[in-house]
Design a protein. Structure first.
Length: 368
């Protein structure tokens, strides 16, 4: 089996993903042409729907927030050689932790006092939900992909049971908890901008976006500037070498998966505390699965994950505008575009490497 061609870091992180995205968009353009629509006009409408006015920007960044959290979760596990496909379930259970904290304390504490407690609840519940598959992988040899997929289904069934039989608001048919007290809601972007005299339209964007950016910085520092991050990367590269270096791969796998689940659980802060203001079914809406594509496209680096999250946020929000403006382009078309991006960023990630390597090989001697 041939190994991926070694390229300069700036090429591998910047140029290759850009080429993959361009290839995906080119194929998507052909599909749009086949539907009888103008791909240039469709791109213009999509970009306008995502960035053309302040409400659209708010929605785009709201989606981006969730993708950052789940992308970081997948990336941290991947650095340890683990393919965590359970971000969806971990985010779901993390939201349960957020909801339990706020339902217990929203009548006693304001949002700024509840936020750290809710974050602990999200991290604790999401971390435990990921740590169990981590323990099974490390100490029992169960494959992490199988167990994390299984735990997604268990999380879904558990939430249905709790919301239908335990946490449902008395007297209502919809499987939801009661709404949180308004004092427990995270500040929305339009409220924060209003404090400094800037008027922006209402959108789901809230303080969680800032938390996602802070998480990105902290993950970068943790992975590349701490001995724990070094241990994770060593285990991911070569377990035998890690053992000789005095690193325990089993403990590293267990705690890495716990950290991955903590990050995924932060989706609950954005969705439950920031937007929905109650516990409800299916609030994760596939963010955990999309986070896998985000991490792959972002090369498991926080900067790349941030840019990939913005791209998928653009597709989510701009896709709604496409569906509205074009008769032949539906919301499903956006899913097709996402599929092409995942295809070229995942399965065909190294397709352009030989071409780029030859081009660099010709240019480098010319420099010398």
């Amino acid at each position: 089996m041939s190994q991926p061609i070694k390229l300069p870091k700036w090429v591998d992180v910047g140029v290759i993903p850009a080429l993959n995205i361009l290839a995906a968009l080119a194929v998507s353009a052909l599909v749009i042409l086949a539907l009888g629509e103008n791909p240039i006009e469709a791109l213009d409408v999509m970009l306008y729907g995502a960035f053309g006015y302040d409400e659209a920007i708010g929605y785009t960044l709201y989606y981006t927030t969730n993708f950052i959290f789940t992308g970081l979760a997948v990336a941290v596990a991947f650095h340890a050689g683990l393919f965590n496909i359970g971000g969806e379930g971990q985010a779901y259970i993390g939201g349960l932790g957020v909801g339990l904290v706020i339902l217990a304390l929203d009548g006693l504490l304001p949002w700024y006092a509840l936020l750290p407690l809710a974050m602990i609840g999200a991290a604790l519940f999401g971390g435990i939900w990921a740590a169990v598959p981590g323990w099974l992988q490390a100490y029992r040899g169960s494959h992490i992909v199988i167990t994390t997929i299984m735990f997604n289904f268990i999380a879904s069934a558990l939430m249905v049971y709790l919301l239908v039989n335990v946490m449902i608001k008395p007297g209502q048919m919809s499987p939801e908890s009661r709404e949180f007290a308004e004092s427990a809601w995270l500040p929305m972007a339009h409220q924060m901008f209003a404090v400094i005299g800037i008027d922006v339209s209402r959108s789901p964007l809230n303080l969680s976006f800032v938390l996602a950016l802070i998480a990105s910085v902290l993950v970068a520092i943790f992975i590349w500037r701490t001995r724990w991050g070094y241990a994770i990367r060593t285990v991911g590269r070569n377990e035998t070498a890690a053992i000789y270096a005095g690193i325990d791969p089993k403990k590293t796998i267990f705690w890495t998966m716990a950290l991955s689940g903590m990050l995924a659980g932060m989706v609950g802060i954005n969705e439950i505390m920031g937007v929905q203001h109650k516990l409800l079914l299916n609030f994760t809406a596939g963010y955990g699965f999309t986070g896998i594509a985000v991490a792959l496209m972002g090369r498991n680096h926080p900067i790349g994950i941030g840019l990939a999250s913005l791209l998928f946020g653009t597709l989510y929000q701009g896709g709604a505008e496409l569906d509205f403006e074009f008769e032949q382009i539906t919301r499903d078309m956006v899913i097709v575009i996402q599929g092409f991006i995942i295809l070229f960023s995942g399965a065909l990630a190294y397709m352009f490497n030989p071409l780029v390597a030859r081009l660099i090989g010709r240019l480098m001697p010319a420099r010398g």
